[in-house]
Ligand binder design. Sequence first.
Ligand SMILES: [Cu+2]
Length: 112
Amino acid sequence: MHKTPVLFLAVALGLVVGPAAAQGTPRPPAAASMPAMPLVQGEVRKVDVAKGLVVLRHGDIPNLAMPPMTMGFDVADPRMLDGLKVGDKVSFQAEMVKGKATVIELKRETAR
Ligand SMILES: [Cu+2]
């Protein structure tokens, strides 16, 4: 079919390696010495700054062998919760710390 001109245009505009491709796909485990801590997508359901707790509806967390669900997490640093609101979309990394699921990295998506 007539795909060639479209593809050419996409390449010319730099769309082939655009942000959409980079965002959706989980990165393969990093080589070298970086620990393979996957970024997980989530949505904020509740924030409790005083207790350092956040309830997230989260996607698959491979490193915790956890399927998608809604649950509470401790946060490694309460400052992560600054300005966080119910309904915010986040990407985060979670780890078991002293037997509790703990968010060790949290980034608000800039969508809104
Ligand atoms: Cu969970």
